[in-house]
Design a protein around this ligand. Structure first.
Ligand SMILES: [Ca+2]
Length: 261
């Protein structure tokens, strides 16, 4: 065996990442998304913009994601083992990259990077991850998450009539932000043609994830059909979400209470 065949030149020792070039980004098909890759072999291309939040960067790699809905996009390099600079661009007319946002150190004084920005449905966003000046790149972890628009929903359940003159309303709330929701409404039922109506408020239902609430509505109600009319609202970080609806509910008697007159 020829010894020379075992010698590998330094130029070829570190492979070029497939997403080294701005025009050949790794396309993110679905969020949430996490990728791990080596960036030691990455280079700076002629199309690479200056990120704007750091001096010239090296060892750049690229990702691209097309937003499917309006809403917040979060991206970071947490888990990487070198000092990163993360910048985000649109590429209108495929002419020049226009900066959306950029971050070098998050939190301040830490080497990794984190950005949040408001995305527009249908727009493609390009993420350039570079190594901070005097850093050579390394093992990159790139994370991307998409937040839904701020929306709330309230569903009322079908619930037992536990006492002849009280109704327990059960409901489920879903929110796309960690906040709480306030509900105001009325429960109306016609009994022998006579409408009974009471108003209720649920001032503070937590919607960190997905919850349910119940309340007692005093009034003269009977098993059968009824109607809830409600308005719900929530605020988070200056944003307001509201929803209102008129929904049918059924008041039923639990089986174990068959003897209730
Ligand atoms: Ca590059």
């Amino acid at each position: 065996m020829l010894l020379s065949s075992l010698i590998v030149g330094p130029v070829h020792a570190i492979p070029l990442p497939v997403n080294d070039d701005a025009l050949e980004p790794t396309v993110i098909a679905e969020a949430p998304f996490t990728a791990k890759q080596k960036t030691l072999g990455a280079t700076v291309g002629v199309l690479d913009p200056e990120p704007g939040c750091a001096d010239v960067v090296g060892n750049t790699v690229w990702y691209a994601y097309t937003a499917t809905t309006d809403g917040l996009i979060h991206a970071d390099t947490f888990g990487s083992n070198y000092d990163t600079v993360l910048s985000v661009y649109t590429f209108p007319e495929q002419a020049t990259f226009e900066l959306v946002t950029c971050n070098s150190d998050f939190p301040e004084g830490h080497p990794q990077s984190s950005v949040d920005f408001q995305a527009v449905a249908g727009e493609t966003y390009f993420f350039m991850i570079g190594a901070a000046p005097s850093v050579q790149g390394g093992a990159l972890t790139f994370n991307l998450e998409v937040d839904q628009p701020f929306e709330i929903s309230v569903q009322f359940g079908q619930e037992p009539l536990l006492e002849p003159d009280d109704v327990f309303l059960f409901g489920e709330v879903v929110c796309t932000r960690p906040t709480s929701i306030a509900i105001e409404g009325t429960l109306t039922q016609k009994v022998k043609g006579v409408p009974n109506s009471v108003s209720f408020t649920v001032p503070d239902v937590s919607c960190d994830f997905q919850g349910s609430f119940f309340l007692t509505v005093p009034g003269l109600f009977a098993p059968g059909k009824a109607t809830v009319v409600f308005t719900a609202s929530a605020t988070f970080d200056g944003e307001i979400a509201t929803t209102s609806d008129k929904v049918p509910v059924s008041i039923i008697v639990p089986e174990e209470s068959d003897g209730v007159p």
